[in-house]
Write a protein that binds this ligand. Structure first.
Ligand code: GTR
Length: 327
């Protein structure tokens, strides 16, 4: 009788251990997808990997984030849409593609809105930045946080000495409203093309030039075929990491705060990685014979000023005032 009882207890014990082990195993196998257009060694991609590492750590291995680099899951506009639908859990993109599902965030794609890197982070870390993360919900997305984007400049396969040198050129732009309007105002022809196809578009002459930050110019090899860059610094377009709201709503409060914490620390890490690489990339391009010229900023700002009066961009008006007033 006693032996039977011990046997039964043992059996229950073994069963309990088996149940716990299998539920742990099930939790550990929850793999989440993160989409990224850059290769693994690019600063935003390193930020993604840090986020992935910390999500796993802070959720005690219940979640694993698998990063898909180099546009493996599709173009930025596509992956934003898929994240909105809940097919992909996380996406790291710049602001421009988010505009397709959430127009107001386009304020961050307007040129010359931030006076410096410091000003941009003041805005992003303050109530304005938080508002736009929260309001991503309108598009069934959850704004997890921002990454450092650097400044964007024009580059082409022809010498760029001033604004006039852009006239008549075909310039690749992000498939998003403001970049298209902006390039038209410069007297050039905007050609919206997905990031992953820009190199071949430049190489085959589909476009004469593009615009981006130094790291993208170099990392995606655009500088090999478009070696003239003019430092007009027209945009600092915050990089953003968004989650699918559908997925987010399925998480416990504890896991949500673990993931937010992971994002906060990943951002700090990404900024350091960015700052270490941004000007190294510029030096690398110069060493390869690229011609980099300073721009007359006033000339570019004046050419782009009519953007602010266009009826379609009046939705940004109040936010632009608030950004300007952030000191
Ligand atoms: C890069 C940005 C990418 C992508 C790209 C582009 O600076 O990191 O997310 O938006 O620009 O021009 O398409």
């Amino acid at each position: 009788m006693k032996r039977n009882k011990i046997g039964l207890l043992l059996l229950i014990g073994i069963l309990l251990i088996a149940i716990c082990a299998s539920s742990n195993l099930m939790a550990a196998t929850k793999v989440l997808k993160l989409a990224e257009v850059h290769p693994a060694d690019y600063p935003t991609a390193k930020g993604d990997s840090k986020f992935a590492e910390l999500v796993e750590k802070y959720t005690n291995g219940r979640y694993k984030v698998q990063c898909y680099f180099s546009s493996q899951l599709g173009t930025e506009n596509d992956v934003v849409e898929q994240t909105k639908l809940g097919v992909i859990e996380f996406t790291r993109v710049s602001t421009a593609p988010v505009v397709t599902v959430y127009p107001e965030i386009g304020v961050f794609t307007m040129p010359f809105i931030f006076t410096s890197q410091e000003h941009m982070w003041k805005v992003l870390n303050g109530p304005i930045g938080q508002h736009f993360l929260d309001a991503c919900e309108k598009a069934n997305l959850v704004g997890m946080g921002y990454f450092e984007p650097g400044s964007r400049h024009f580059y082409a396969n022809k010498p760029l000495d001033n604004l006039a040198s852009l006239k008549g050129l075909k310039i690749r732009v992000q498939p998003s409203p403001v970049p298209v309007s902006m390039v038209k105002l410069l007297g050039a022809t905007p050609t919206p093309i997905a990031y992953g196809e820009v190199y071949s578009a430049l190489q085959t002459g589909v476009v004469d030039g593009a615009e981006n930050n130094y790291p993208s110019w170099v990392s995606a090899n655009h500088y090999e075929v478009a070696k003239y860059l003019i430092q007009d610094a027209h945009q600092r377009q915050p990089e953003i990491l968004v989650a699918s709201k559908k997925f987010w709503d399925s998480l416990s409060r504890k896991d949500k705060s673990a993931m937010k914490r992971a994002m906060k620390e990943a951002t700090e890490y990404q900024i350091k990685e960015w700052n270490a690489y941004e000007f190294k990339a510029l030096e690398q391009a110069k060493a390869k014979g690229c011609i980099v010229k300073p721009a007359n900023s006033a000339e570019f700002q004046a050419a782009m000023a009519p953007l602010y009066d266009m009826p379609e961009y009046q939705i940004f008006k109040e936010w632009l005032k608030k950004i300007k007033a952030t000191k």
